[in-house]
Design a protein around this ligand. Sequence first.
Ligand code: NAP
Length: 400
Amino acid sequence: MIRKALDPSWLRICCVSGARFNFSPHPGRARSLPVSPCPALDYISQKALLPALSYFTGACLGREASPRAPLGHLAQLEPHLPHCKMIGVLLLLFLPFLLYIAAPQIRKMLSSGVCTSTVQLPGKVAVVTGANTGVGKETAKELAKRGARVYLACRDVQKGELVAREIQTMTGNQEVLARKLDLADTKSIRTFAEGFLAEEKHLHILINNAGVMMCPYSKTADGFEMHMGVNHLGHFLLTHLLLEKLKESAPSRVVNVSSLAHHLGRIHFHNLQGEKFYNAGLAYCHSKLANILFTKELARRLKGSGVTAYSVHPGTVNSDLVRHSSVMRFFWLLFSFFFKTPQQGAQTSLYCALTEGLEILNGNHFSDCHVAWVSAQARNETVARRLWDVSCDLLGIPMD
Ligand SMILES: NC(=O)c1ccc[n+]([C@@H]2O[C@H](COP(=O)([O-])OP(=O)(O)OC[C@H]3O[C@@H](n4cnc5c(N)ncnc54)[C@H](OP(=O)(O)O)[C@@H]3O)[C@@H](O)[C@H]2O)c1
């Protein structure tokens, strides 16, 4: 079939262009050919299509392809060289169409990792921060589907109530409750925790999911840089305030939603609030690195308590996260076709919250429902301990 596909008579059908390549693998036999009006296409055809075709036909005809003479079969292909240009044109023309057709398959490939746990959660209590949209909403929905009483901790409680009603209708679980939690204000965090502790006897799953990305330089109500304040310090304080309840309810779990972006992060203790220098993209990365360091230190401190902690990268998800950056919004719009849906993005958080026997991997980082590699900084125990102490100091939490 391949031989037939390369049959000159078939290729001839494609040939409507009279232009020929000014190219020969044997300089001695080089002919003087008309130069194409499109040098870029010539270049692509000569540098990519022809060598590929040469290798391909060589392999198909059972000839040896030598890396030293990669164009060894070009002499035989020479009569068909003009067709390469036509194939190039066709490929370029059809590329958007091919991508459109292949998008669902590519997205499926990029979004491997599904939480296959069948664990049901009647009588269990879960808190999900930032649950009114994106990954958090889908995480809360799945926990509710499995019968848990789910608290949607949202900074805009009206949005939270709308989503709570939507999840109640969808899952038939009436125990989905919206509560106000603004992670950019420690007073709001303390009020949420007081209310929750007064209302609930147990807490089995805490998902620290809320996040902001690439905000222009701004500060929280307590004067912390926004990314560090919301993504790390806010969740640090919330976890601390709910820790006794988690211990009383053991076995229980904390899942911190971090990101692959932590690889670009650094903990600059002398510039934790971004006052000396600031870059919105890097500020996000630093805060996501802090999420992993916090998880590792929390897991270390809680060993033997029945409470375990995990950090996750949800994947690249088509969500509102990029709302603060017009450049990122443009890229998201352009490539969103290939990104995970929020429901796919929720899988790793759910995997860490639900999978039985995961306790032995306490403190690990997960991506696509597998343990994932983290940067050297994220493995640095000294930095993790220091960040814990500095965070306690900033939040007025007594150090133990
Ligand atoms: N999307 C991705 O590609 C991606 C990749 C890696 C990691 N992540 C992480 O995944 C998590 C979820 O992100 P997402 O993609 O689902 O983004 P999203 O749709 O923007 O959701 C973020 C959530 O956080 C909430 N939030 C923001 N600031 C808050 C505050 N001060 N207090 C309380 N809640 C606040 C938002 O509430 P409002 O709606 O009221 O603003 C929203 O509910 C984040 O931690 C993010 O860093 C996402």
